[in-house]
Design a protein around this ligand. Structure first.
Ligand SMILES: Nc1ncnc2c1ncn2[C@@H]1O[C@H](COP(=O)(O)OP(=O)(O)OP(=O)(O)O)[C@@H](O)[C@H]1O
Ligand SMILES: Nc1nc2c(c(=O)[nH]1)N=C(CO)CN2
Length: 162
C-alpha cells in the first residue's frame, strides 16, 4: 500500500469542479482525507482566483495507472489537452508524493511545486505535517515554517457537505 498526496486546483466553476474531483478521488482511494479548501490569486498569470486543496490517501494502484487515473478524472471534468500551462483550468490534479519515490517518469516525484507554491504547501502542511520530503530532507511542517513568499496569500473557504 502506498501513501500518496495529490494537489487539486481549479479557477473555472471552481466550487463545482473541486467537489467533483474530491468525490471521484474518494471513490478510488483508501483512507481518503483532504485539507481545507483555500482560495488564492492566480500565480503566474492574470486570471480568476483559484480554489486549491490537497488529498491524502492510501492506494494499491501502481504509479503509472494512478497518473492515468488522474488524467482521466481531469478529462471527465472539462480539462482539454489544449489548456496551456499558465491558463484558466477547470481542474488540475497533480501527484505530489507516491511514498518516498523519486522519479521523472511517468510523473515528476516529488513534484517541484511543493516547495515553491503556498497553494500546495499550506494545504499539504495541514494534513501531512510529519511527512518526510525525500529530496528536501525535511518534514512538510519544517518546509512550511521556512516558507517565505509574502506575495502568496491564501484564505480558507467555507466548503460544506463534502
Ligand atoms: N507529479 C505529476 N503529477 C501529474 N502529472 C505530472 C506530474 N509530473 C509530470 N506530469 C505530467 O506532465 C504533464 C505536464 O504537467 P504540468 O503540471 O507541468 O503541466 P500542466 O498540467 O499543463 O500544468 P500545471 O502546472 O497546472 O499542472 C502532465 O500532463 C503530466 O502528464
Ligand atoms: N493560486 C494558484 N495559482 C496557480 C495554480 C493554482 O493551482 N493556484 N495553478 C497554476 C497552473 O498549474 C498556475 N497558477
Amino acid at each position: 500500500m502506498a501513501q500518496i498526496y495529490i494537489s487539486l486546483g481549479s479557477n473555472v466553476n471552481k466550487e463545482y469542479y473541486l467537489r467533483q474531483a474530491l468525490i471521484a478521488l474518494k471513490a478510488h482511494l483508501i483512507e481518503f482525507e483532504h485539507s481545507s479548501v483555500f482560495e488564492s490569486e492566480a500565480v503566474g498569470f492574470a486570471g480568476n482566483n483559484f480554489y486549491n486543496s490537497v488529498v491524502g490517501a492510501q492506494t494499491q494502484i501502481p504509479l503509472t495507472e494512478l497518473c492515468q487515473l488522474l488524467k482521466q478524472i481531469e478529462r471527465d471534468n472539462g480539462r482539454t489537452d489544449n489548456d496551456k500551462k499558465f491558463s484558466p483550468r477547470t481542474l488540475d490534479l497533480d501527484l505530489l508524493f507516491y511514498d518516498d519515490v523519486i522519479c521523472d517518469t511517468p510523473a515528476q516525484l516529488p513534484r517541484d511545486e511543493i516547495t515553491k507554491n503556498a497553494f500546495v504547501l499550506q494545504p499539504l502542511a495541514e494534513i501531512a505535517p510529519d511527512f518526510y520530503h525525500p529530496t528536501a530532507k525535511q518534514t512538510i511542517a519544517q518546509l512550511w515554517n521556512a516558507y517565505n513568499n509574502p506575495k502568496q496569500k491564501l484564505w480558507k473557504v467555507e466548503f460544506t457537505n463534502l
